[in-house]
Design a protein around this ligand. Structure first.
Ligand SMILES: NC(=O)c1ccc[n+]([C@@H]2O[C@H](COP(=O)([O-])OP(=O)(O)OC[C@H]3O[C@@H](n4cnc5c(N)ncnc54)[C@H](OP(=O)(O)O)[C@@H]3O)[C@@H](O)[C@H]2O)c1
Length: 245
Protein backbone atom coordinates (compact mmCIF):
# COMPACT_ATOMS: atom_id res chain seq x y z
CA UNK A 1 0.00 0.00 0.00
CA UNK A 2 2.88 2.41 0.80
CA UNK A 3 5.67 0.75 -1.22
CA UNK A 4 8.48 3.17 -2.08
CA UNK A 5 7.24 5.86 0.34
CA UNK A 6 9.56 7.47 2.87
CA UNK A 7 8.05 8.24 6.29
CA UNK A 8 9.35 10.20 9.28
CA UNK A 9 7.82 9.36 12.68
CA UNK A 10 8.66 11.51 15.71
CA UNK A 11 8.45 9.99 19.18
CA UNK A 12 9.07 6.53 17.74
CA UNK A 13 10.97 5.10 20.73
CA UNK A 14 7.80 3.66 22.32
CA UNK A 15 4.00 3.68 22.42
CA UNK A 16 1.95 4.95 19.51
CA UNK A 17 4.98 6.22 17.55
CA UNK A 18 6.80 2.89 17.70
CA UNK A 19 3.69 0.96 16.71
CA UNK A 20 2.96 3.40 13.87
CA UNK A 21 6.51 3.07 12.50
CA UNK A 22 6.17 -0.73 12.45
CA UNK A 23 2.76 -0.59 10.75
CA UNK A 24 4.11 1.84 8.14
CA UNK A 25 6.98 -0.58 7.47
CA UNK A 26 4.53 -3.50 7.21
CA UNK A 27 2.62 -1.43 4.64
CA UNK A 28 5.80 -1.02 2.55
CA UNK A 29 7.29 2.31 3.67
CA UNK A 30 10.93 2.98 4.55
CA UNK A 31 11.40 4.84 7.81
CA UNK A 32 13.22 7.64 9.56
CA UNK A 33 12.51 7.10 13.26
CA UNK A 34 13.40 9.67 15.88
CA UNK A 35 13.17 10.43 19.60
CA UNK A 36 15.59 11.41 22.38
CA UNK A 37 16.44 7.85 23.49
CA UNK A 38 18.86 6.10 21.16
CA UNK A 39 18.73 2.46 22.35
CA UNK A 40 15.02 1.78 21.67
CA UNK A 41 15.31 3.48 18.27
CA UNK A 42 18.17 1.17 17.31
CA UNK A 43 16.12 -1.87 18.34
CA UNK A 44 13.24 -0.54 16.24
CA UNK A 45 15.49 -0.17 13.19
CA UNK A 46 16.48 -3.85 13.53
CA UNK A 47 12.78 -4.83 13.68
CA UNK A 48 11.95 -2.72 10.63
CA UNK A 49 14.86 -4.20 8.68
CA UNK A 50 13.62 -7.69 9.60
CA UNK A 51 10.39 -6.73 7.82
CA UNK A 52 12.45 -6.10 4.68
CA UNK A 53 12.32 -2.30 4.81
CA UNK A 54 15.06 0.30 5.23
CA UNK A 55 15.24 2.51 8.31
CA UNK A 56 17.52 5.01 10.02
CA UNK A 57 17.38 6.17 13.63
CA UNK A 58 18.08 9.83 14.39
CA UNK A 59 18.35 11.09 17.97
CA UNK A 60 16.32 14.30 18.07
CA UNK A 61 14.89 16.64 20.65
CA UNK A 62 11.92 17.93 18.66
CA UNK A 63 11.96 21.28 20.45
CA UNK A 64 15.48 21.99 19.19
CA UNK A 65 15.50 23.63 15.72
CA UNK A 66 19.09 22.47 15.03
CA UNK A 67 18.10 18.85 15.75
CA UNK A 68 15.10 19.18 13.44
CA UNK A 69 17.33 20.57 10.66
CA UNK A 70 19.79 17.71 11.10
CA UNK A 71 16.94 15.17 10.99
CA UNK A 72 15.66 16.50 7.65
CA UNK A 73 19.22 16.60 6.24
CA UNK A 74 19.81 12.98 7.25
CA UNK A 75 16.46 11.86 5.84
CA UNK A 76 17.20 13.51 2.48
CA UNK A 77 20.81 12.30 2.38
CA UNK A 78 19.64 8.71 2.93
CA UNK A 79 16.39 8.53 0.97
CA UNK A 80 16.30 11.65 -1.25
CA UNK A 81 12.64 12.42 -0.50
CA UNK A 82 10.04 12.61 2.29
CA UNK A 83 6.48 11.42 1.59
CA UNK A 84 4.92 11.08 5.03
CA UNK A 85 5.47 13.03 8.25
CA UNK A 86 3.86 11.82 11.48
CA UNK A 87 4.15 14.43 14.23
CA UNK A 88 3.63 12.15 17.20
CA UNK A 89 6.15 13.16 19.91
CA UNK A 90 4.32 14.40 22.99
CA UNK A 91 4.42 14.73 26.76
CA UNK A 92 2.10 15.52 29.66
CA UNK A 93 2.85 17.70 32.71
CA UNK A 94 -0.54 17.62 34.41
CA UNK A 95 -1.70 19.96 37.17
CA UNK A 96 -4.71 22.05 38.06
CA UNK A 97 -4.80 25.52 36.52
CA UNK A 98 -4.25 27.41 39.78
CA UNK A 99 -1.14 25.38 40.59
CA UNK A 100 0.33 24.99 37.12
CA UNK A 101 3.92 26.15 36.84
CA UNK A 102 5.03 28.28 33.88
CA UNK A 103 7.72 25.69 33.14
CA UNK A 104 5.10 22.94 32.78
CA UNK A 105 3.03 25.08 30.43
CA UNK A 106 6.10 25.88 28.30
CA UNK A 107 7.45 22.32 28.19
CA UNK A 108 4.13 20.90 26.98
CA UNK A 109 3.44 23.65 24.44
CA UNK A 110 6.99 23.38 23.06
CA UNK A 111 7.09 19.59 22.84
CA UNK A 112 3.57 19.02 21.57
CA UNK A 113 2.93 22.08 19.40
CA UNK A 114 6.07 24.06 18.54
CA UNK A 115 7.76 20.81 17.51
CA UNK A 116 5.03 20.18 14.93
CA UNK A 117 5.50 23.71 13.58
CA UNK A 118 9.28 23.21 13.29
CA UNK A 119 8.95 19.78 11.66
CA UNK A 120 6.13 20.78 9.32
CA UNK A 121 7.88 23.97 8.17
CA UNK A 122 11.01 22.00 7.30
CA UNK A 123 9.19 19.12 5.59
CA UNK A 124 6.72 21.38 3.74
CA UNK A 125 9.57 22.77 1.63
CA UNK A 126 10.50 19.27 0.49
CA UNK A 127 6.93 18.09 -0.07
CA UNK A 128 5.99 21.27 -1.96
CA UNK A 129 8.86 20.69 -4.40
CA UNK A 130 7.83 17.04 -4.80
CA UNK A 131 4.22 18.13 -5.35
CA UNK A 132 3.03 15.41 -3.02
CA UNK A 133 3.09 14.56 0.67
CA UNK A 134 1.11 13.59 3.73
CA UNK A 135 1.33 15.35 7.10
CA UNK A 136 -0.39 13.59 10.00
CA UNK A 137 -0.53 15.22 13.43
CA UNK A 138 -1.31 13.18 16.53
CA UNK A 139 -3.56 15.47 18.56
CA UNK A 140 -5.91 14.22 21.31
CA UNK A 141 -9.59 13.98 22.21
CA UNK A 142 -8.63 16.27 25.09
CA UNK A 143 -7.90 19.01 22.52
CA UNK A 144 -11.54 18.74 21.43
CA UNK A 145 -13.34 18.36 24.77
CA UNK A 146 -10.92 19.70 27.44
CA UNK A 147 -9.90 17.91 30.63
CA UNK A 148 -9.44 19.16 34.20
CA UNK A 149 -5.75 19.14 35.13
CA UNK A 150 -4.60 19.42 31.52
CA UNK A 151 -4.91 23.08 30.47
CA UNK A 152 -1.41 22.93 28.97
CA UNK A 153 -1.90 19.58 27.22
CA UNK A 154 -5.38 20.34 25.89
CA UNK A 155 -4.24 23.77 24.64
CA UNK A 156 -1.30 22.17 22.81
CA UNK A 157 -3.54 19.53 21.23
CA UNK A 158 -6.23 22.06 20.23
CA UNK A 159 -3.41 24.16 18.77
CA UNK A 160 -2.32 21.20 16.67
CA UNK A 161 -5.80 21.07 15.14
CA UNK A 162 -5.58 24.74 14.13
CA UNK A 163 -2.10 24.21 12.74
CA UNK A 164 -3.32 21.19 10.76
CA UNK A 165 -6.18 23.10 9.14
CA UNK A 166 -4.02 26.11 8.18
CA UNK A 167 -1.28 23.87 6.77
CA UNK A 168 -3.93 21.93 4.83
CA UNK A 169 -5.19 25.17 3.26
CA UNK A 170 -1.68 26.45 2.47
CA UNK A 171 -0.34 23.27 0.89
CA UNK A 172 -3.39 21.80 -0.85
CA UNK A 173 -2.43 23.27 -4.24
CA UNK A 174 0.89 21.43 -3.96
CA UNK A 175 -0.95 18.13 -3.48
CA UNK A 176 0.19 17.95 0.14
CA UNK A 177 -2.50 16.93 2.64
CA UNK A 178 -2.52 17.61 6.39
CA UNK A 179 -4.83 15.85 8.83
CA UNK A 180 -5.04 15.33 12.57
CA UNK A 181 -5.91 12.20 14.51
CA UNK A 182 -7.47 12.65 17.94
CA UNK A 183 -6.90 9.50 19.99
CA UNK A 184 -9.01 8.83 23.05
CA UNK A 185 -7.36 7.03 25.97
CA UNK A 186 -4.78 4.63 24.55
CA UNK A 187 -2.93 1.97 26.52
CA UNK A 188 0.71 3.23 26.53
CA UNK A 189 3.32 4.50 29.03
CA UNK A 190 1.48 7.84 28.95
CA UNK A 191 -1.64 6.30 30.52
CA UNK A 192 0.27 3.73 32.62
CA UNK A 193 0.00 5.57 35.93
CA UNK A 194 -3.81 5.77 35.81
CA UNK A 195 -4.24 2.84 38.20
CA UNK A 196 -6.74 -0.02 37.86
CA UNK A 197 -9.68 1.83 39.46
CA UNK A 198 -9.34 4.96 37.30
CA UNK A 199 -8.81 2.74 34.25
CA UNK A 200 -12.05 0.80 34.93
CA UNK A 201 -13.97 4.03 35.53
CA UNK A 202 -12.64 5.46 32.29
CA UNK A 203 -13.51 2.33 30.30
CA UNK A 204 -17.06 2.50 31.69
CA UNK A 205 -17.46 5.98 30.13
CA UNK A 206 -16.26 4.88 26.70
CA UNK A 207 -19.11 3.61 24.47
CA UNK A 208 -16.92 0.79 23.07
CA UNK A 209 -16.10 -0.18 26.66
CA UNK A 210 -12.31 -0.26 26.54
CA UNK A 211 -9.18 1.86 26.24
CA UNK A 212 -7.68 1.91 22.75
CA UNK A 213 -4.53 0.12 21.60
CA UNK A 214 -1.60 1.79 19.83
CA UNK A 215 -2.59 -0.22 16.72
CA UNK A 216 -5.95 1.58 16.62
CA UNK A 217 -4.08 4.84 16.02
CA UNK A 218 -1.46 3.31 13.70
CA UNK A 219 -4.20 1.97 11.42
CA UNK A 220 -5.71 5.45 11.13
CA UNK A 221 -2.26 6.81 10.22
CA UNK A 222 -1.90 4.17 7.48
CA UNK A 223 -5.26 5.19 6.01
CA UNK A 224 -4.42 8.92 6.00
CA UNK A 225 -0.97 8.19 4.52
CA UNK A 226 -2.38 6.03 1.72
CA UNK A 227 -3.67 6.91 -1.75
CA UNK A 228 -7.16 6.05 -0.48
CA UNK A 229 -7.12 9.30 1.54
CA UNK A 230 -6.02 11.43 -1.42
CA UNK A 231 -9.14 13.64 -1.22
CA UNK A 232 -9.03 14.04 2.58
CA UNK A 233 -7.34 17.14 3.99
CA UNK A 234 -7.78 19.47 6.96
CA UNK A 235 -9.77 16.80 8.80
CA UNK A 236 -9.80 15.65 12.40
CA UNK A 237 -10.22 11.89 12.67
CA UNK A 238 -11.41 10.86 16.13
CA UNK A 239 -10.19 7.41 17.18
CA UNK A 240 -11.65 7.34 20.65
CA UNK A 241 -14.06 4.43 21.09
CA UNK A 242 -16.94 6.90 20.83
CA UNK A 243 -16.05 8.89 23.96
CA UNK A 244 -16.42 12.14 22.00
CA UNK A 245 -18.83 12.52 19.05
N1 LIG B 1 -1.71 7.45 25.19
C1 LIG B 1 -2.82 8.16 25.07
O1 LIG B 1 -3.84 7.91 25.73
C2 LIG B 1 -2.88 9.32 24.10
C3 LIG B 1 -4.11 9.92 23.88
C4 LIG B 1 -4.21 11.00 23.01
C5 LIG B 1 -3.08 11.44 22.36
N2 LIG B 1 -1.87 10.85 22.59
C6 LIG B 1 -0.72 11.41 21.91
O2 LIG B 1 -0.06 10.41 21.15
C7 LIG B 1 1.33 10.69 21.07
C8 LIG B 1 2.11 9.48 21.53
O3 LIG B 1 1.72 9.17 22.86
P1 LIG B 1 2.12 7.82 23.62
O4 LIG B 1 0.96 7.45 24.45
O5 LIG B 1 2.70 6.85 22.67
O6 LIG B 1 3.24 8.42 24.61
P2 LIG B 1 4.59 7.81 25.17
O7 LIG B 1 4.51 6.32 25.24
O8 LIG B 1 4.90 8.59 26.39
O9 LIG B 1 5.64 8.18 24.01
C9 LIG B 1 5.97 9.52 23.73
C10 LIG B 1 7.04 9.54 22.66
O10 LIG B 1 7.41 10.92 22.42
C11 LIG B 1 8.82 11.03 22.48
N3 LIG B 1 9.23 12.35 22.91
C12 LIG B 1 8.81 13.03 24.00
N4 LIG B 1 9.43 14.23 24.08
C13 LIG B 1 10.26 14.30 23.00
C14 LIG B 1 11.17 15.27 22.53
N5 LIG B 1 11.37 16.44 23.18
N6 LIG B 1 11.87 15.01 21.40
C15 LIG B 1 11.67 13.84 20.74
N7 LIG B 1 10.83 12.90 21.13
C16 LIG B 1 10.13 13.11 22.25
C17 LIG B 1 9.24 9.93 23.45
O11 LIG B 1 10.57 9.53 23.22
P3 LIG B 1 11.85 9.91 24.13
O12 LIG B 1 11.36 9.99 25.56
O13 LIG B 1 12.78 8.80 23.86
O14 LIG B 1 12.31 11.22 23.59
C18 LIG B 1 8.30 8.80 23.06
O15 LIG B 1 8.80 8.09 21.96
C19 LIG B 1 1.56 11.92 21.96
O16 LIG B 1 1.58 13.09 21.15
C20 LIG B 1 0.34 11.93 22.85
O17 LIG B 1 0.05 13.21 23.33
C21 LIG B 1 -1.75 9.80 23.46
Amino acid sequence: MLEGKIAIVTGASRGIGRCTALQLAKSGADLVVCARSEAPLKELVVEIEALGRKAIAVVVDVVNPADVGNLIDQALATFGRIDILVNNAGITRDGLLLRMKDADWDAVLDTNLKSAFLMTRAVAKVMSKQRCGRIINISSVVGEMGNPGQVNYSASKAGLIGLTKSVARELARRNVTANAITPGFIDTDMTDDLGDKARAELAAQIPLGRLGEAEDIAHAVIYLASDRAGYVTGQVLGVNGGMYM
